[in-house]
Write a protein that binds this ligand. Structure first.
Ligand code: HPA
Length: 283
């Protein structure tokens, strides 16, 4: 069915949501962190914090995925003004792609300049291991889904927009530098994130196809946010934390519990990398 977009209403909703949040915070956040499954504890280190549950924000979506808390945390991370979204929204929860654009557009209206996206992902690349980190250089989204479908918000960006450098090359380099500083460059790779809509994991045949098509990691998030950010001119960096070998690559059955366990086991290294990277960012 053709989706009808009420431009004025949606724009008004965005403005109402951002006015609400602006009324609660003292400083414009320059960096936004959208933290993936079980990777939310980085936000514990945010100082001078103001926590705002999503449900308090007018028109905001509700987080339903396991391991996703559903709060904005404003404050300082290593001295930088940030906002973390502890809990994100996914297509598999039932949201339309256009609805999924809302939180990132809200970040834009708040003044965010850099978006850091993290996710838990399956490892497709046969040379890498569980616990490694992939700096996203690009993604493949063959689902035919775009959050920018429907009426274009000209105030935010052009109808047709370039996505050839959606993941900012300089920020990618900065992550790699941070990994080197921490001596974890052996566990840090660059590669292509392949989006699958979920909520089921992939079949082994799909994983073989994804590898042939050029995917190094597979997951159910991130692309919508990155596309929305590209449209409205927020610089993006994406990090996949590889919680499991993708379907059929070993004898493990895939489960959310396994993903959570892997994130808990190797999470601290990922956390240190993120922290160093953010500390090094020059605003
Ligand atoms: N596939 C899709 N999404 C995921 C996976 C996976 O193997 N692991 C964590 N998120």
């Amino acid at each position: 069915m053709l989706q009808h977009f009420d431009f004025n209403k949606s724009w008004k909703e965005l403005e109402e949501a951002s006015a609400y949040l602006r009324g609660k915070i003292k400083e414009t956040p320059k960096i936004a962190l959208i933290l993936g499954s079980s990777l939310g504890s980085l936000a514990d280190e945010i100082e001078d914090r103001v926590e705002i549950p999503y449900r308090e924000v007018p028109h905001m979506l509700t987080s339903t995925a396991p391991g996703h808390k559903g709060i904005f945390i404003f404050g300082h991370f290593r001295g930088k003004p940030v906002v973390a979204m502890s809990g994100r929204f996914h297509y598999y929860e039932g949201y339309s792609e256009s609805e999924l654009a809302f939180p990132v557009r809200l970040l834009k209206l708040l003044g965010v300049e850099i978006l850091v996206l993290t996710n838990a992902a399956g490892c497709v690349n046969e040379s890498w291991k569980v616990g490694d980190v992939m700096i996203i250089t690009d993604h493949i989204n063959l689902m035919g889904l775009s959050p920018m479908r429907g009426t274009n918000f000209e105030q935010l960006g052009e109808r047709f927009f370039d996505v050839s450098e959606m993941y900012d090359p300089n920020l990618q380099l900065q992550v790699f530098k941070a990994a080197r500083e921490l001596g974890s460059d052996d566990h840090t790779h660059c590669g292509v994130y392949f989006f699958m809509p979920g909520p089921h994991y992939e079949t082994p045949a799909e994983i073989r196809a994804i590898r042939i098509l050029g995917g190094d990691a597979v997951g159910m998030s991130t692309v919508t946010e990155a596309l929305t950010a590209a449209h409205c001119g927020i610089k993006t960096v994406g990090l996949s934390f590889l919680t499991n070998m993708a379907a059929g690559m070993d004898d493990e059955k895939l489960s959310d519990a396994g993903v959570v366990q892997a994130a808990a086991k190797n999470g601290p290294r990922f956390q240190r990398l993120m922290a160093r990277f953010i500390e090094n960012i020059k605003l």
